[in-house]
Ligand binder design. Sequence first.
Ligand SMILES: C[S@@+](CC[C@H](N)C(=O)[O-])C[C@H]1O[C@@H](n2cnc3c(N)ncnc32)[C@H](O)[C@@H]1O
Length: 191
Amino acid sequence: MEAPTPVAECCVYDSVAYPGRPFAQTHPDRLATMGALFGVEAAPISSARVLELGCGDGENLLPMAVALPDATFVGVDAAEGAIARGMQIADDLALRNITLSAETIESFDRSGPFDFVIAHGVYSWMAPEVRDSLLALCVRVLSATGIGYVSYNARRAPPCVRASGRCCASTPRGSRIPTSGCTRRGCCCPS
Ligand SMILES: C[S@@+](CC[C@H](N)C(=O)[O-])C[C@H]1O[C@@H](n2cnc3c(N)ncnc32)[C@H](O)[C@@H]1O
């Protein structure tokens, strides 16, 4: 029998599609409002420059790009398939104010500045060194009054989510996500 092929963790999202959706709490309007409550006068959202890290198929950014035609949106994600699906939607809608790019957060070298940086559903799942890259990137590319949004799962997943995580750890080809040596407390990795 052929040996299973290991799948690098960030490529799993190319093997199994992860459909995105809008997250209202990441919208520049919401972030600017939060900024005002903390005494930060954010850039006008109608012309904002927005970067999303780990944007998946762009389903969070695409509706923003439709609603804010004079703002500009950049999304990056390591999953090429997700980025291709998002760009197809952007083309179908003839959106000219959004760019989705297949690249890693670690290799993103554009200087910005961006008025808003969004990282939803990404930070909690990354290796510590990639987390550091993500935060350093936010600091590097945010404008003086820029606002960063980084979601973080403060609680470990409930049992039902851990059970489905164990199921999902087998790819359609039957190969396993390499998890040996994982000692993270409460991690749902299969042993
Ligand atoms: C759990 S999904 C979340 C997608 C979306 N932001 C959401 O909240 O629905 C994590 C995403 O991060 C991407 N990702 C993981 N590591 C990455 C890295 N080092 N650089 C860029 N993207 C990465 C994956 O490809 C995947 O699309």
